[in-house]
Design a protein around this ligand. Structure first.
Ligand code: SPV
Ligand code: MG
Length: 432
């Protein structure tokens, strides 16, 4: 009987190494190729350039391929259990890279029916890094970056978003990655927080850092990253100004702006009712949304309305009434905010809102209700989770500690332990 052979690939940037793999694998029997889904690639690498159907079409037309199936997880186990192949073929590069654990799972699973893993030498001369660099610079262009958030919303159960306030923190969001047993975790998008942008400049979060300055930060971050950007637009300011600003943001490749329904001197929401804050009228804020929507050119750019009713103790009814009104005014999504430690009011809002508008993206910022896991939010209908301030909140105590260590010791030897080695800081940012 003909043997069954399985291999899995992304096939987004196709090169001679793939052909080599397929050629060799097909010599062992009937070859099924698992194509990683867009969602898997988006988490593991970046949004694919070609979508799943396009990639599958290419691979099924390569000679030596008997069949193409989808692989819905980075881990092979599900497909292997379905197919029970005699052989899995893979390049030998995965013994040492992020796929190490995935490889071990393959070996374990194959043991169940005496299957075998065949590792072929990784094709030399393939400059994947160079190909990736080309894709990366193309994918930081405004037209490409802008619609990434909408694409991710379609692909992922929840879009994981982390704050960035300058080039370096944005590089952390771009590159941070954790390898687990059978998956790889990374952030999907960046939140350009007003709190952290202001704090990084030593200023209070009261719309003092103006749009001209915010645009400088955005540009600094855009220069070194490819992930989509959600801008904290504070109150959006005057309607007449907001209409201009959304056009600028759209043109430079920001994916979304979130504006909050407050008016007058804005203070940070996490103060709640401890400081004076005034909520806008539904009519005026709805106008701000609808006029800005009319000014846009593309369908990619999103204006998300942020509701402050729970922050200001105005109650659930008020929050929901506002949410429905803002959606009717054209908002592309709703952010519901709360400063309660327990997530109850957020969950109640999610349940009621998603019943009415199951397809309108819902955003939460769990700074206070921080025990909830992402998959629980996703189950309750949340589409974007924003970790709004955690990089700067962790950087500040680390910097203060180092400063004090040097003051205590009157020399810097003791501080070295908590510092990045000089060699690493010199090479952290490549010079090309
Ligand atoms: C920010 O990050 O600036 C926000 C979210 O607006 S919060 O600080 O929770 O108000
Ligand atoms: Mg803010």
């Amino acid at each position: 009987m003909t043997k069954k052979v399985y291999t899995a690939i992304s096939a987004d940037i196709l090169h001679h190494g793939h052909i080599n793999l397929i050629k060799q694998a097909s010599q062992y029997g009937d070859l099924t190729v698992g194509i990683l889904t867009d969602e898997v690639i988006a988490t593991y690498k970046r949004l694919p350039v070609l979508d799943f159907d396009e990639r599958s079409f290419i691979i099924e037309n390569i000679s030596g391929v008997k069949e193409v199936i989808s692989q819905d997880t980075l881990d092979y186990t599900d497909n292997l259990l379905k197919l029970k192949p005699d052989y899995v073929v893979h390049g030998d590069d995965w013994t040492s890279n992020d796929l190490k654990n995935i490889r071990l799972n393959v070996i374990e699973t194959l043991k169940q029916w005496g299957g075998q893993l065949i590792e072929i030498p990784y094709t030399q001369g393939v400059s994947v890094d160079k190909l990736n660099e080309t894709v990366k610079s193309a994918s930081s262009m405004p037209e490409v970056r802008r619609n990434k958030l909408k694409k991710l919303l379609n692909l992922k159960p929840i879009v994981k978003t982390m704050e960035a306030h300058n080039g370096l923190s944005a590089l952390v969001v771009e590159n941070a990655k954790v390898v687990k047993d059978n998956e790889i975790e990374s952030f999907d998008a960046m939140w350009l927080s007003s709190l952290t942008d202001s704090t990084a400049k030593g200023k209070p979060d009261i719309e003092l850092v103006d749009m001209t300055s915010r645009l400088r930060t955005i540009d600094e971050i855009m220069e070194v990253t490819t992930k989509p950007i959600i801008l904290d637009g504070d109150t959006g300011g005057e309607i007449e100004h907001f209409v201009f600003n959304v056009k600028t943001l759209e043109r430079i490749g920001v994916s979304a702006v979130i504006i909050e329904d407050k008016i007058g001197l804005k203070k940070n929401s996490l103060f709640g009712t401890e400081v004076e804050q005034t909520q806008d009228t539904i009519e005026h804020f709805s106008q701000k949304i609808s006029q800005a929507k009319k000014a846009l050119t593309t369908k990619d750019f999103m204006i998300i309305a942020r509701i402050e009713s729970l922050i200001l103790n105005k109650g659930m009814e008020d929050a929901l009434t506002r949410a429905y009104a803002y959606v009717n005014a054209g908002a592309d999504g709703i952010m519901i905010h709360s400063r309660q430690k327990e997530p109850d009011e957020i969950f109640e809002f999610c349940e009621k809102f998603t019943k009415e508008y199951p397809n309108v993206p819902l955003v939460v910022v769990p700074t206070s209700f921080n025990k909830v896991y992402e998959d629980e939010f996703a189950r309750r209908g949340v589409n974007i989770v924003i970790y709004a301030n955690h990089l700067i909140r962790s950087a500040y105590p680390a910097m203060m500690q180092t400063a004090k260590t040097i003051l205590k010791n009157n020399r810097c030897y003791e501080a070295d332990e908590a510092c990045l080695p000089i060699k690493e800081i010199l090479t952290l940012i490549p010079d090309k």
